[in-house]
Design a protein around this ligand. Structure first.
Ligand code: BGC
Length: 446
């Protein structure tokens, strides 16, 4: 079989997020965040589950770092809970909150694992939501202050920073579909939120540079390659529109300093165009060191007059699906990487999430034989390697996720981990995919 070897300094990692794994939701002075509030309201999350305990990582982080060490990862991506540090979103920092992340970073470094830290993975302090949350421009300032404080405290320990995780999901799943916290259902609000998220990203990048740190900073976007479902003109136009909505709405302001013109035109008369102040796009387009991309699936789009406001609809193409109902299309990640390389002129890319949920079982030998996940990772990594061979600057890859965890509105019903978590006992079991990934890391390929 042909050998697939990655570039020498390629970074191998695994990723998590604070609310999904930490638990300890009201300990050591942590404030309430929008996911605490949202998940405590019956009907919002599958089986009315919540992140109160999750993987109890807050108390078990040392054990979890041992597992990271066993996997042999170069880097671990995790996020910081804003409300642990500023229980009310602003004001006086909570020493016990920042203390946890200091210990976590120190332990990682002691074990030779590079921390890659996301500042915002969806858990806004509830007190800021009470004042309008991301729809209120003041939240941008609070985010900047929070970022400055975290940079000051952890800047010497963390070489890689990610300002936001998936602002598309925050905007549209949280403020249009209402399936995620804060559960708002208004397209115009979602658009305004998207602008404030981007602006807060730009302000944090600027602050990081001003403070003189030498590490790298970027943002993570959830991106899908977009294909037209047919060669009919209306389907091809709908696919273009969907690409502008899903991918370019966030990447163009950052890399080109402008929102996609044709989408703004399309929105006119349908939804309210966000309020944008004169220097905003300049701030948003601060140079960044890498683009983080999360990719799970591809979008096949057809024209649909009833799909307001885009008149574009995702269709099923009959491919195999993961437990999330997401079609598996490994070539998609290759097409996406090639597209980004071309569209944004050779930017540096970190794949900050890729992975799959499957219905894992612990077998009679106490093992989890997740060949389906292993196969998913194998096929996607092969395509990532192909893109690198074709000139795309991919610097690293993080599996989502290090361990099974709270899958947002789906609660604990979906397992994405390399490591199985028995939520009753908090026992962790390395799945077959984890053992395979360990070898991939060791051999820098397969
Ligand atoms: C998010 C993760 C999430 C994963 C699987 C991404 O959208 O960043 O928090 O668990 O996808 O749904």
């Amino acid at each position: 079989m042909e050998r697939i070897i990655f570039p020498e300094n390629f970074l191998w990692g695994a990723a998590t997020a604070a609310y999904q794994i930490e638990g300890a939701y009201n300990e050591d002075g942590k404030g309430e965040n929008i996911w605490d509030r949202f998940s405590h309201i019956p009907g919002n999350v599958w089986n009315n589950e919540n992140g109160d305990v999750a993987c109890d990582h807050y108390h078990r982080y040392e054990e979890d770092i041992k597992l990271l060490k066993e996997l042999g990862v170069d880097t671990y991506r995790f996020s910081i809970s804003w409300a642990r540090i500023f229980p009310e979103g602003k004001g006086t920092p909570n020493q016990r909150g920042i203390g946890f992340y200091k210990r976590l970073c120190e332990k990682l470094l002691e074990n030779g694992i590079m921390p890659a830290v996301t500042l915002y993975h969806w858990d806004l302090p509830q007190k800021l939501q009470d004042k309008g949350g991301w729809a209120n421009r003041e939240t941008v300032e609070h985010f900047e202050q929070y970022a400055r404080y975290v940079f000051k405290e952890l800047g010497d320990k963390v070489p890689v920073w990610i300002t936001h995780n998936e602002p598309w999901v925050v905007s549209f799943t949280g403020h249009w579909e209402g399936r995620h916290a804060p559960g708002i259902r208004d397209f115009s609000t979602a658009l305004q939120v998207s602008h404030h998220l981007l602006l807060s990203h730009g302000k944090a990048v600027k602050a990081y540079r001003e403070m003189g740190f030498g590490g790298k900073i970027g943002i993570t976007l959830n991106m899908n390659p977009v294909y037209a479902a047919s060669y009919r003109l209306e389907d091809m136009e709908a696919a273009k529109r969907f690409n502008a909505f899903h991918n370019r709405w966030f990447a163009d302001p950052i890399f080109k300093g402008e929102y996609p013109e044709e989408l703004i035109k399309w929105y006119e008369g349908k939804v309210k165009i966000p309020d944008i102040m004169p220097d905003d796009l300049k701030t948003i387009s601060q140079p960044i060191d890498f683009l983080g991309i999360n990719n799970y699936f591809s979008s096949f789009i057809k024209y649909d007059a009833k799909s307001w406001p885009l008149e574009a609809l995702s269709v099923d193409t009959g491919k195999d699906k993961t437990e999330m109902g997401w079609e598996i299309n490994p070539e998609g990640i290759y097409d996406l990487l090639m597209y980004l390389h071309k569209e944004y002129k050779g930017i540096k890319i970190l794949i900050t999430e890729n992975g799959a949920a499957f219905n894992d079982i612990v077998n009679r030998e106490g093992k989890v034989e997740d060949d389906n996940r292993l196969d998913y990772l194998y096929r996607h990594l092969k395509q990532v390697h192909r893109a690198i061979s074709d000139g795309v600057n991919v610097e690293g890859y993080y599996v989502w996720s290090l361990m099974d965890n709270f899958e947002w509105a789906r609660g604990y019903s979906k397992r994405f981990g390399l490591i199985y978590v028995d939520y009753k006992t908090q026992r962790r079991i390395l799945k077959k995919s984890a053992l395979w990934y360990k070898d991939v890391i060791k051999n820098n390929g397969f």
